[in-house]
Write a protein that binds this ligand. Sequence first.
Ligand code: NAG
Ligand code: NAG
Ligand code: NAG
Length: 480
Amino acid sequence: MQMYLEKFNTMDSHNEKLGFCDFFMIAIFVVFAIHSCPTVYGESGAEKFLNVVEQVEDHLPYSSSSEGTDEVDLEDDTWQMVQKKGNQFVIDDQPFYINGFNTYWLMVFAADQSTKGKVSELFQQASSAGLTVCRTWAFNDGQYRALQKSPSVYDEEVFKALDFVVSEARKYKIRLILSLINNWDAYGGKSQYVKWGKAAGLNLTSDDDFFSHPTLKSYYKAHVKAMLNRVNTLNNITYKNDPTIFAWELMNEPRCTSDPTGDILQNWIQEMAVYVKSIDPKHLLEIGLEGFYGPSTPNKVQFNPNTYAQQVGTDFIRNHQALGVDFASVHIYADSWISQSISDVHLQFTKSWVEAHIDDAEKYLGMPVVFAEFGVSTKDPGYNSSFRDTLISTVYKSLLESTKKGGSGGGSLLWQLFPEGTDYMDDGYAIVLSKSPSTTKIVSLQSTRLALFNSRCSWKCHWGCKKKNSLEKISNHDEL
Ligand SMILES: *[C@@H]1O[C@H](CO)[C@@H](O)[C@H](O)[C@H]1NC(C)=O
Ligand SMILES: *[C@@H]1O[C@H](CO)[C@@H](O)[C@H](O)[C@H]1NC(C)=O
Ligand SMILES: *[C@@H]1O[C@H](CO)[C@@H](O)[C@H](O)[C@H]1NC(C)=O
């Protein structure tokens, strides 16, 4: 642990030495951006910019080390709600492309003094690699350290732990996607809701009754309401008003295999999306889907990893057309969906899976798409770290292709980032940045590139606002 901290301190001072250089280079890029502003960005302007962005890779390590450690300034009016404009995320009209990560267990770790520090450690490391969004569980139903012990009965200590996760994320300028329930049994999930229903005397025969039984739907809605109206005990900000929350997610990886037509899940999504929005119209909302093509698009099922995928009751295009859903989510697991043995097939699938969904988000949905989970298990036969790096680069590269065209590729979230000393939670997919220098380099490079796109003026606004925003950015970067 001590060695590890020393390593980071060394990195920090290295970055400080480069501080002026960074600023100087960014200033040049911003001047470039301002000069290309008088006309709305066309393809060629964007291409030129991307070329510049690509050239920075070896010269500009991400250096946010001075950011995020400050005291939280609640008057900070630059910390605003993320919004959506067409197929792009924006903050105050500036584009917001995401390089982010998952760490599902933050709330449970924050609930114990002995592990709470890991949450801050993780955010610190993520922010050093320029990561700006973290997806995590805002549920733990009926299990060890449950948030919800039984329907609408909460453990206040665990809710305070989630308060800590939310307020701590802000310190490191990281926004959160909070998922509201699991499809799977881990941390309770829909099967726990069904158990509660049975205990209350309901005649339930399948875990999929979660999606249709009125009482179970009312349990879920009550959880949504409690979560959105929660007042953070550390900063008094109501969750539904907190810009630290990037988006709500209805469910982690919903599937309703008992109804391959998809109608039951579709109805549930429609009802719950409208319900979330009725309480919290400010935050963005996504479903949490894996992204399988379903019965509404028979011409697209060829992109699915296998033929089973179209029979799990989900439907990428149709589901995301539900009123209230703001952006699409897709997961990418070639190893668990196609074959565990590592091969080039994984990379080919990954590339076409990403491209197909960006295309569809653009053409049929008119919304951004976030690749909200992707990774590879170190336990897979044939695994090595250079394969993992190639896989990550494949996703990043496909996304950059979209970014440079102003397309729907909103960003990606690694599954999953861990601090040191939490190996016992590892499902094989954990990435510990301090132990993986080559991966860290790839991740930081993507952050740097996206940060340059984000600091650039909005694609469509006019000269005046671009100039103002760009100049503000220069002064922000000056602080680096
Ligand atoms: C419980 O529901 C099943 C399926 O809906 C039905 O067949 C069964 O008769 C019901 N049992 C009782 C005791 O109501
Ligand atoms: C939150 O609000 C309460 C009641 O208004 C106040 O007593 C408390 O000091 C506030 N806490 C913070 C952290 O602002
Ligand atoms: C890593 O794994 C890939 C895929 O199995 C393989 O093609 C490559 O040669 C391996 N690289 C090393 C350095 O072992």
